[in-house]
Write a protein that binds this ligand. Structure first.
Ligand code: IVH
Length: 672
């Protein structure tokens, strides 16, 4: 046979196989038998074996091929992968609906309903119809490149099919394991003396994080698409329902439970139907996701912090169990907060044995009237630490009152109540080893400075031996000092020294997060980075200025401000920077709050002309450009904003309306 003819034959087989995959995995409606399918598949394999040159990277035969990786590369998400706000009961769902109705001034809102899969979010990018790259959600901004593993999932097409395929399409969806597959997987694991997985979600997570795709290929992973991210060069998409419909036409599996719902009653009804159907579903779900169908409405509603305001996860009630509270002990946290913890008679809640539950603080104990010896209801929501829901007063007998200790159980310093707050704190500061060790562990943790190998046992030895007194001392450690520690060899000591060297190149947000400022988590650190883009500006910011950032309230603003007024902290930070910690976002120190920032104007402004706005911005040291890009810091919008508004939302660029803009320039002393 001539080569061209064979090539055409192979191409034809691939197309036919692709179509049958679609019928089977997406439509759940196979047109041929398994054995007929096998014949086609074997035929293609045979051709590709005889003519390896004709093998294409996305041929259906090429799902598992790649060699094991040594680690996953990082992938930056073009559009962040956000999470969803939750509603836990009908009241909260109704409140959400009413709020949106009010904001959109529309009476009958159209939503879509889908199950909330209990798996892992992934992004899969197709370029010119071919699967190009896939990543985990990670921290929402940066995930891990798991392309090799995603390719092994039969339900994920390697090539898109159908009409109007865009130049670039980022599919977002959930990887999970069905209940039946999970049961079979654990039977196999047991037979092979391998790890037994606690639940389908853990099994899916473990399987996706395999460095060897051959292992992933043996795990029964499933996939369901629920949305898109980046989208270029395709037909205009205006509704979520249209997106899912298109995804299905392009060969991606979507939920068979997906519905378009008009008005609140239909949403509540849908929720009830899914609750009833839950046990019959093949996979684990933990709620229902409602999304505003219309993209224009989504755009108007926008985002808060890490979640869209146009969607909600209406969660199923969390299971509760009864047990006895045997004692209340206190734990000293990284920032000195004393947290009472309930010690419980072991009880199984939703598949996990629970022996401890957080009691948050003394006010909470009083409010719930919890006493030592009480019988209590325990609840566990997802991966979060279990909590005491309420006391069964009728069973109360021979109980003891809990008293907050007056001395820290770790360092014996005084314990004091924080002004105006529920929390009690140890006043020992960095001299309290609980805080010292925790601060170091937090600093070294993966989402902070990511110092691999610096675990609890090592940190304890380092502080006990006096080698490390605060986080900056880590950077003075020598390999021989480390290798002398218990559980350490020359090699692991060398690895830590290398990790300490490598970690110094970081991001501003990670650095801020790593400092362990009370209540400053990743998201707040990120907000600070985006707003100020300069460490020295954050350090110098006033409480007022901090409070202006959305998501930073008065308490967090105070925490940040007081952190940077402590001499001790400033000297540690100075040392850290002198030891080489650096990041890239820092810009030249600004003269005004506008200096160096990049602005785009859109829509019609009422009280000031665009020209005038531009002139003022430039005078204040800002740049004004016509197009929104990743480099844009702010979008100022007036009435009827166009596609720039949409683009800015996509890129998560801060948007300010005319009123706020006028306020901002007024603060800089500009009078119109
Ligand atoms: S939409 C911006 N739809 O829930 C909203 N998420 O808390 C993006 N999830 O990490 C998510 N089922 O892994 C959406 N039908 C569904 C979902 C779903 C499960 C997960 C997803 C995400 C988390 C959000």
């Amino acid at each position: 046979m001539n080569l061209e003819k064979v090539r055409r034959e192979a191409e034809k087989l691939r197309k036919i196989i692709l179509q049958h995959n679609y019928q089977y995995y997406v439509l759940d409606d196979p047109e041929i038998s398994d054995s007929e399918y096998d014949i086609l598949f074997k035929k293609l394999i045979k051709i590709e074996q005889e003519y390896p040159k004709l093998r294409t990277p996305n041929s259906p035969t090429q799902r598992v091929g790649a060699e094991p990786l040594s680690e996953f590369d990082e992938v930056k998400h073009t559009i962040p992968m956000l999470s969803l706000a939750n509603a836990f009961d009908e009241k909260e769902m109704t409140r959400f609906y009413e709020r949106l109705k009010g904001e959109l001034s529309i009476n009958n809102l159209v939503f879509t309903g889908e199950p909330k899969f209990d798996g892992l979010a992934v992004s899969i990018v197709y370029k010119n119809a071919n699967l190009e790259i896939s990543a985990t959600r990670g921290d929402g901004y940066i995930g891990e490149n798991i392309t090799q593993n995603i390719r092994t999932i039969s339900q994920v097409p390697l090539t898109l099919i159908g009409l109007n395929i865009p130049d670039e399409l980022e599919v977002r969806g959930e990887v999970f394991i069905t209940n039946k597959d999970f049961a079979n997987l654990n039977i196999r694991q047991k037979r092979e003396n391998q790890k037994i997985f606690a639940n389908p979600r853990n099994a899916a997570a473990g399987s996706l994080r395999q460095l060897d795709p051959k292992i992933t290929a043996m795990r029964p992973l499933s996939f369901c698409a629920y949305g898109i991210g980046n989208y270029k060069g395709g037909i205009k998409l205006t509704e979520h329902a249209q997106v899912l419909n298109q995804l299905q036409h392009w060969g991606l599996p979507i939920s068979s439970e997906f519905r378009v719902l008009k008005g609140l009653d239909m949403c509540l009804d849908y929720y009830k139907q899914i609750v009833d159907k839950r046990s019959q579903l093949q996979y684990e779900i933990d709620g229902v996701v409602f999304k505003v169908n219309d993209f224009n409405q989504q755009k108007t509603l926008g985002y808060v912090s890490r979640s869209p305001r146009w969607a909600i996860a209406y969660k199923f009630p969390t299971p509760e169990e009864i047990t006895q509270l045997i004692d209340i002990e206190v734990q000293v946290g990284r920032t000195g907060t004393i947290t009472p913890v309930a010690r419980l008679k072991s009880v199984n809640v939703a598949g996990a044995n629970i022996t401890n539950a957080t009691l948050h603080n003394l006010d909470e104990i009083k409010r719930k009237d919890i006493k030592i010896g009480d019988w209590v209801y325990i609840r566990r929501a997802g991966d979060v630490i279990p909590e005491v829901v309420r006391v069964i007063k009728e069973r109360r007998d021979n109980v003891k009152e809990f008293k907050m200790p007056s001395k820290c159980p770790i360092c014996r310093s005084d314990v004091k109540r924080q002004e105006g707050k529920a929390a009690f704190v140890c006043m020992g500061g960095l001299s309290c080893s609980a805080q010292k060790n925790q601060a170091i562990l937090h600093f070294a943790s993966r989402k902070a400075m990511n110092i691999d190998g610096l675990g609890e046992k090592i940190v304890l030895q380092l502080t006990e031996k006096g080698l490390v007194d605060d986080i900056s001392d880590l950077f003075l450690l020598q390999q021989n000092q480390l290798s002398e520690l218990d559980r350490m060899g020359d090699k692991s000591a060398g690895n830590i020294v290398k990790a300490l060297k490598d970690c110094r190149s970081t991001t501003l947000a990670k650095f801020i997060y790593s400092l362990g400022i009370p209540e400053v988590g990743e998201s707040t650190a990120r907000a600070l980075e985006i707003h100020f883009r300069s460490f020295s500006l954050i350090q110098k910011s006033s409480i007022d200025e901090l409070e202006k950032i959305s998501d930073i309230g008065p308490v967090v603003a105070k925490n940040i401000h007081s952190f940077f007024t402590q001499k001790n902290n400033l000297s540690i930070i100075k040392k850290l920077i002198s030891y080489g910690i650096h990041w890239n976002t820092e810009k030249a120190v600004k003269k005004t709050n506008f200096d160096g920032l990049s602005f785009v104007l859109t829509g019609s402004l009422k009280n000031i002309s665009r020209e005038k706005s531009k002139e003022i911005l430039i005078k204040l040291g800002a740049k004004v450009t016509s197009a929104v890009s990743k480099k844009t810091d702010y979008l100022i919008y007036g009435d009827n904003p166009g596609s720039k508004f949409e683009k800015a939302s996509e890129l998560e660029i801060k948007k300010i309306d005319e009123k706020s803009f006028l306020k901002m320039i007024k603060k800089e002393g500009v009078n119109l």
